[in-house]
Ligand binder design. Structure first.
Ligand code: ATP
Ligand code: MG
Length: 267
């Protein structure tokens, strides 16, 4: 699954990537779902050690086109983890107060503390994506942001944060089907937003913005992964595998117990 990593310094080449690729797993959907169960229990255990040890911080950034599956990823990948140590921050249109500050101000506050996992459902990347596509600030301002973002993420990494960034890559056709499902299925109509159709018209501009953002900000300390996301089971499996592997390499341990516990008698 690490094949989806965008090597620092190389182009993301989003358009050339197959949104239906399945090469990272030998097996079909049902094997994939079985593998996912195991990954869920591995992550459950690893997250407990992360929390108990209270040393590492983990930041997971999720970005995608509308209907790309950020919500489903959060539900499935973190299924079984302890909500005490996992927090989700969803970044919507900035408030007036947020707009009155620099664009990283609201983000910094939601970064993970020691022992925590923070999941960003959208992120500071919106400030070089939607902001670029809609000309919300002049180009000279958003252009400078790639460097700010790299420096900001380096700061977080230097202070003990492990950062993983995922772009859930769906095709335009898949988005059409998912939007249609939001019109057709009564349990999904609440998710339908007319505004998503306007954004869909800007698909190519968004892809261009993602291409540059991912190319310029995939770094050794905060790599991007472009995940084939047309198939939800595969998307979940890919992201879980990458997260679990990364956690295993942190070398985490439960903290040392207090001395001489064996001598304690509880009356
Ligand atoms: P869902 O995919 O389930 O609809 P969502 O993440 O799209 O969830 P919405 O409330 O529908 O949530 O959309 C949030 C909107 O806020 C998006 O259109 C996004 O582009 C916008 N947004 C986020 N950050 C910024 C920002 N910094 N500047 C301008 N718009 C932003
Ligand atoms: Mg939306």
């Amino acid at each position: 699954m690490h094949r989806y990593r965008v090597e620092p310094g190389s182009d993301a080449q989003i358009v050339a990537r197959d949104t239906k690729d399945l090469k990272g797993f030998e097996g079909d959907k049902s094997a994939g779902k079985a593998a996912m169960k195991n990954l869920n229990s591995e992550l459950e255990q690893l997250q407990e050690v992360l929390y108990a040890e209270g040393k590492h911080k983990v930041l997971i950034v999720l970005q995608a086109m509308d209907t790309g599956g950020k919500d489903g990823t959060i539900r499935h990948v973190f299924d079984g983890t302890n909500p005490q140590g996992v927090k989700v921050a969803s970044f919507k249109k900035p408030t007036d107060e947020e707009l009155a500050h620099d664009y990283l101000w609201r983000v910094h506050d939601d970064t993970p503390a020691s022992g925590e996992i923070a999941i960003f459902n959208r992120s500071h990347y919106e400030d070089v994506l939607v902001v670029r596509v809609h000309d919300l600030v002049p180009e000279y301002r958003w252009r400078r942001r790639y460097d700010h973002i790299n420096a900001f993420e380096k700061l977080l990494a230097d202070e003990g944060t492990t950062i993983l960034k995922f772009f859930l890559h769906i095709s335009k056709e898949e988005q059409k089907q998912r939007l249609q499902a939001r019109l057709d299925e009564p349990t999904k109509t609440w998710k339908f937003a007319r505004g998503d159709l306007a954004e869909r018209k800007l698909w190519d501009s968004y892809i261009a913005a993602y291409e540059e953002a991912i190319t310029r900000t995939s770094t050794e300390w905060a790599p991007w992964y472009v995940i084939p996301a047309d198939r939800k089971w595969y998307r979940n499996l890919a992201i879980s595998t990458i997260i679990v592997d990364t956690f295993k390499h942190l070398g985490m341990e439960y903290p040392e117990p207090e001395d001489e516990l064996a001598e304690i008698v509880i009356e």
